[in-house]
Design a protein around this ligand. Structure first.
Ligand SMILES: C[S@@+](CC[C@H](N)C(=O)[O-])C[C@H]1O[C@@H](n2cnc3c(N)ncnc32)[C@H](O)[C@@H]1O
Length: 481
């Protein structure tokens, strides 16, 4: 029997395949694809391989160079938009306790704020900032002119952002009081209220090709730039260039927030480094004579050892400066913290759906409590494939590879067609130095007939499209996102 090569393989043998890929990387900054020929070819196939006459890579290159919609279509396949509201809670706590008190004090006279979320995906990040500021300012919110700009290279993500309606997956970890305060339910989506969206705008912008700072385009003089989980796809030279551009796009004293998996040593040396628990922030110095040395540069992020106690308190600033408010001397702007502390859920885990409760605890970072909840569930339901799968996923997050593998294999023994379990089996295999390809392939095969917008079983709202994107990622990046 002759097994036909997948169509995407045909791209790989095209002599213009590499020039095409290089051009895209140069245009988008997505060096992530430098050594991922197969994934790049698969994306080409999904976008351009469906018609009767597939273009050659050479023809496609000239088409893409002259036709923005072809380029956009490919970019929509290549970019990975994993995001959710209040993602990495520690960062929002740091914004609340350190960054905004400082900015609000400095801008008290003009009462204007300019914030940029660069690489905002479907908008969860800029909207989370808007919600945080609204909560912090309370009655004073209406006295301020607050502009929050979300930009992204992917126009499909921007359309979702503009619509402001979200699947539950994007809302995981959202404090329930915020959910009900800022969203209304429409079928299986949650729509942000106009009130909570006001001041947030979106625009297409390519960090690699569209110049900035750019005052005429409004890309300058920001008080805060947040660019998280975007630079992980770029190479170091580009990241270094971006660090300078972000610096120059901030007002003196403005802040840069990057993701916790982002490179930091030396890259951001033109900033002051401010360490909070769980987040590192960078501040553009206010004057030329300031020392540009980092204030403290610990190994970051501190590796979380398995079973280490989880952080339970609002982060306290490690840097002493009378410009910052501290928990002891709260800013007049700082209303009582509305962000849940990481252990808040652990204090009152929802009882009604034990397995869901476990997953919610896990999403909030309360992994030990989540594991306990899952154990309790399995005591009553020892043959639940879902239960064993969740158990394995939590153990995976706790870096307990061997135990995680055991639980996941149990789930697959009970139910062989759990795509998510195959995916996690691949992850734990990779962590243990084994080849994971066949497990990822199994996961993909199981969803072969699924529609992109279908939900992945046990994925808590994860769509098949998002899952396919995850499967195109190496384990380390998947974790970082
Ligand atoms: C993983 S998401 C991060 C979303 C959000 N910042 C967060 O942390 O939740 C990465 C985003 O970066 C965007 N991106 C990738 N390359 C970009 C570029 N050259 N310019 C602008 N955005 C880009 C992608 O489209 C995607 O939406």
């Amino acid at each position: 029997m002759i097994i036909a090569a997948p169509k995407s393989q045909e791209w790989l043998s095209d002599p213009q395949f590499l020039p095409l890929k290089d051009w895209i990387i140069q245009r988008t900054g997505l060096s992530y694809y430098s050594s991922r020929e197969t994934e790049f070819a698969a994306a080409l196939e999904r976008v351009f391989g469906q018609g009767k006459s597939r273009p050659s890579a050479g023809v496609l290159l000239s088409r893409i160079q002259s036709n923005a919609s072809d380029l956009d279509a490919l970019v929509e396949e290549l970019t990975i938009g994993e995001t959710f509201f209040f993602r990495h809670l520690e960062m929002f706590q740091a914004l609340q306790s350190a960054v905004f008190p400082d900015i609000l004090q400095r801008k008290a006279a003009s009462k204007t704020l300019r914030i940029w979320s660069a690489g905002c995906s479907i908008g969860a990040e800029p909207y989370s900032i808007a919600i945080l500021l609204r909560e912090m300012l309370g009655m004073q919110f209406k006295d301020w002119s607050i502009q929050i700009l979300g930009t992204d290279i992917n126009r499909r993500f921007l359309r979702v952002a503009q619509a402001g309606a979200y699947d539950p997956w994007a809302l995981r970890g959202m404090p329930p009081q915020i959910l009900h305060h800022c969203f209304t339910q429409e079928g299986n989506k949650w729509r942000l209220t106009d009130r909570c969206r006001s001041g947030v705008t979106f625009r297409s912008h390519n960090l690699a090709s569209d110049p900035f700072p750019n005052s005429p385009e409004g890309l300058a003089a920001f008080d805060l730039i947040i660019c998280r989980n975007v630079m992980i796809y770029f190479d170091q030279a580009f990241i270094q260039k971006l660090a300078h551009q972000f610096h120059d796009s901030l007002s003196p004293g403005g802040w840069l927030a990057v993701g916790h998996a982002e490179p930091h040593t030396n890259t951001f040396r033109m900033f002051r480094t401010v360490n909070t628990k769980g987040a590192i922030l960078y501040q553009r110095p206010t004057g030329g004579s300031e020392i540009l040395e980092s204030i403290s540069t610990p190994a970051y992020p501190p590796p979380r050892t398995a079973w280490a106690p989880l952080p339970v308190t609002l982060p306290a600033l490690e840097v002493a400066s009378d410009r910052f408010s501290t928990p002891e001397s709260p800013s007049p702007f700082l209303s009582e913290s509305f962000l849940p502390k990481p252990d808040a859920a652990a204090e009152s885990p929802p009882q009604s759906y034990p397995l869901e409760a476990a997953m919610q605890l896990a999403d909030r970072g309360a992994l030990l409590e989540a594991l306990q909840a899952c154990d309790t569930f399995l005591l009553n339901e020892p043959l639940s494939a879902a239960g064993h799968c969740c158990h394995g996923m939590i153990l995976y997050q706790l870096s307990e590879w061997v135990a995680a593998e055991r639980s996941i294999r149990r789930s697959l023994y009970l139910k062989r067609d759990l795509a998510l379990a195959h995916y996690y089996l691949g992850l734990v295999q990779e962590r243990q130095g084994h080849n994971a390809k066949k497990h990822y392939q199994n996961a993909l095969d199981l969803l072969l007939d699924a529609q992109a917008d279908d939900l992945v079983p046990l994925g808590q709202g994860l769509t098949v499209r998002e899952f396919r994107s995850l499967l195109a990622m190496p384990e380390t990046l998947a974790e970082a996102r």
